[in-house]
Design a protein around this ligand. Sequence first.
Ligand code: AMP
Ligand code: TRP
Length: 338
Amino acid sequence: MEHNESRMRRIFSGVKPTGPIHLGNYLGALRNWVELQHQYESFFCIVDLHAITVSQDSQELAARTREIARLYIATGIDPKISTIFVQSDVSEHAELTWMLNCITRVGELERMTQFKDKARRQRESAGVGLFDYPVLMAADILLYQTDLVPVGEDQKQHLELTRDLAIRFNRDYGETFRVPDPFIPKVGARIMSLSDSTKKMSKSDESPNGCIELLDTAETVRRKFKRAVTDSGTEIKFDESRPAITNLLSIYQLLTGKQPEDVEAHFAGQGYAQLKNELADVTVEFLRPVQERVENISDQELDRILDDGRRRAQEIARQTLDDVKRRMGLQGALRARA
Ligand code: AMP
Ligand code: TRP
């Protein structure tokens, strides 16, 4: 079986092209991908089939998909060692989703908190795609016999479902899928909105100042930090009971690579304005080279990288899907090979 061969361990992860990548995506996920790509065979996907679970403007979706690919590369994913590809380019994702649908229980999907949150207001009219979203995500991961999935905290429940489906399939049809582990960082797994520290930073933030996008101008970054909410009190310390300041300090810690004690020592005796100013400086410095690299990737180069990625991904996805079909008795044209 393919996954029993000795090979490098694999990671798989993705971002939905529903909006520009933000600091939460970077600190919770991408930053770790960049590190892990040197130890793992890596697959980084732009999950456009997940994006269409809510209505999208087609031109905008196509443009965003390419923008996210550029940002993967610009933040440090190296297409020479990692596979970067677009989900809808590899039709095996949709196909395996169907097979997995047939072993998934309605009750399991009804318990998914992300679905409950998203469908809360319009339960009857919510799309079936939104309901099935976690199964497509399981297919993404299982197709590549993934060992580790680096994501933010909000994806933990989806990962548990993925594991359950892999275990169930293996039990019913024989050892087919590797059962993946989540990789959720200790700091940064849940970056909060700058305008409401009870909500995670998100592309769909209602307040325009809550979310720092990786393509924001320096001026916008400064404005957003300036308007960021703070907590009562004046001390600048990591403290769970003061989530807004803790969030700002976590961002500072991650972008500077300093230890929490050093961050606190650095800001001892300073005011919130100083913290916000320095945070803006650090963020602008971080974004500058990223934005320059985005500008420097030509359309032609991007096409080549995504074509290459599609070929590499498809080769592995096909092997897994063939195995699944054979095990389920969906022989078809595979009959000769079975
Ligand atoms: P999405 O933008 O929902 O496609 O998320 C892409 C990746 O970013 C996933 O691994 C998420 O868990 C992660 N992520 C999204 N928002 C945040 C956040 N506010 N803090 C940390 N990680 C996040
Ligand atoms: N659902 C993930 C999110 O919203 C994106 C995603 C889709 C993903 N497929 C994946 C993440 C596979 C990791 C692995 O963040």
